[in-house]
Design a protein around this ligand. Sequence first.
Ligand SMILES: [Zn+2]
Length: 105
Amino acid sequence: MKLVFDHIDFTVVDHLQSILEGEGIRTEIRNLNASSAAGALPVAQVYPELWILNNGDETRAKAVIGEFRSTAAGTPPGPDWNCPVCHELVDGVFSECWNCSTPRP
Ligand SMILES: [Zn+2]
C-alpha cells in the first residue's frame, strides 16, 4: 500500500481513481468521509487520499498522475458549468455533475 495522491476535493480523487483503475492499477480511497468530518471538526484537515494496493505499480501510477496534473493544469478543459438538474456549479475538468452525475449539457 502506498499513498500516491490526495486532494481537498473528493471528486478529483475519485476521477483520478477511475483513470488509474482504467490503467489496470488497483487503488483504494481513504478518508472518504473527510469532507463531512471536516465540516463537523473544522480543526481537522483530512483530505481524501488515493492509495495503490501494489507498491510495484508506483512508477506507473506516478506517471499517470503526473499526466493528469499537467493536463488539468496545462489545458483548461473548459469553463465551470452549472448543472441543469441540481444547479450545482461543476468544475470545468468534469464532464458530469459531481452531485447528481448528470452529463455536461
Ligand atoms: Zn447535478
